[in-house]
Design a protein around this ligand. Sequence first.
Ligand code: GDP
Ligand code: IMO
Ligand code: MG
Length: 422
Amino acid sequence: MVDVILGLQWGDEGKGKIADFLSPSYDVVARFQGGPNAGHSLEMNGIKHVLNTIPSGIFHPECINLIGNGVVIDPVRLREEIMRTETAGASVRENLHISRKAHLILPCHKLLDAASEAARGENKIGSTLRGIAPTYRDKSGRSGIRIGDIFLNDFERKYKETHFRSMALVQQYLYTDFDLNQLEEEFFTAVEYLREFKFVESEYFINNLIGQGKRVLAEGAQGSMLDIDFGSYPFVTSSNTISGGVCTGLGIAPKKINKVKGIFKAYCTRVGGGPFPTELNDKTGELLRKIGNEYGATTGRPRRTGWIDLVSLKYAIMLNGVDELIMMKSDVLSGFEEVLAATAYKVDGVRTTQIPFEVCEAIIEPVYESHKGWSEDLTGIRDFKNLPKSFKNYIEFVNQSLEAKICLLSVGPDREQTIVMA
Ligand code: GDP
Ligand code: IMO
Ligand code: MG
């Protein structure tokens, strides 16, 4: 049985916190797509940990953590992450398993990401510069390298082929701002380091575990609105972030998927370029950024902020087949006199509840519904019945608008600051 937790907005919804919170109910936590563009924050006993490629079950000693075939791995960053996570007390060597079929991010992929972003100028995607798009491009172009290749005799030949092909493109961009020797030295040192870890034929590994009745939590990265097919293309990431990606990113059949848990913030954020209909470029937006501490966990970039967008949430719920909703960062909205929620758009003046194809080009104006705010601090509340009335009304409104039910509520970054709804 496989349950899924994934983001319904533009990433950074709080997937790491909730995957960690839910881990005791699962035997396996598995990442199925993305790579070190992800930054998943976990907070426990007052200490914050950020994971990029390692699944968020790693702090639970009984939990198997799997990096699936759909993930792209930067050995340099994974090595650093393993060292830091081990220092924080996790048993990474024992509990981390890596799919041999996961593709490798090479130094040339990172350079190509930087070069193509620089060339786009004003129109840049705002990528995390982790080499994600060039690596997935080589994967679908059938010229990528998989991490299992590091054990094969022709690894060096494969590396050189991919490297020189990409470097020719880097040169075309006239991009020269790098020290290749240093990047390659770090890369090969990290590859050697990773050799000692547990590599698996992950599709057999996970299907065997499922066959033994083990419970698996598939942990998404990024968010549904950054999906390569359904996000605001081209301002997206390069993988399928939606529940469909679980099957291809882990090698499991659709019928093995049980519950899909969709996670969203009580408002909205986005990092990087692309449309964001409810964005607030004003004092309220600044306040949301400040109170919500909206700065990227991976890159430290300030996140764009805005009111909750029920039109895109409904779209994401449809795409993913969401069974349960999880609402995060409700505490951040305390103190706002009114809380707005977009229930429709006006696209070039015409009202709609659908996301238009020309989402990147059209002028989209959100149609808002206003709700009375609440002033009470929510961060210490652990029981639904103690929540302020106007906040309960807001939850009810969101449930009804989305035709789904909020089952978990987060009122702070710590593991403990989580309310299970009856
Ligand atoms: P992820 O990428 O989906 O795992 O999310 P991130 O870790 O990038 O971003 C979520 C941020 O919000 C992190 O800094 C979390 O520590 C923090 N966070 C998570 N849940 C809550 C919450 O309910 N309230 C507040 N104030 N912060 C939260
Ligand atoms: P988590 O898992 C938020 C965004 C980037 C950029 C676009 C493409 O922490 O939620 P990429 O590096 O993937 O080529 O960048 O996607 N992006 C994220 N935004 N959270 C993430 O991950 C993201 N991963 C990528 O900012 O706009
Ligand atoms: Mg994040």
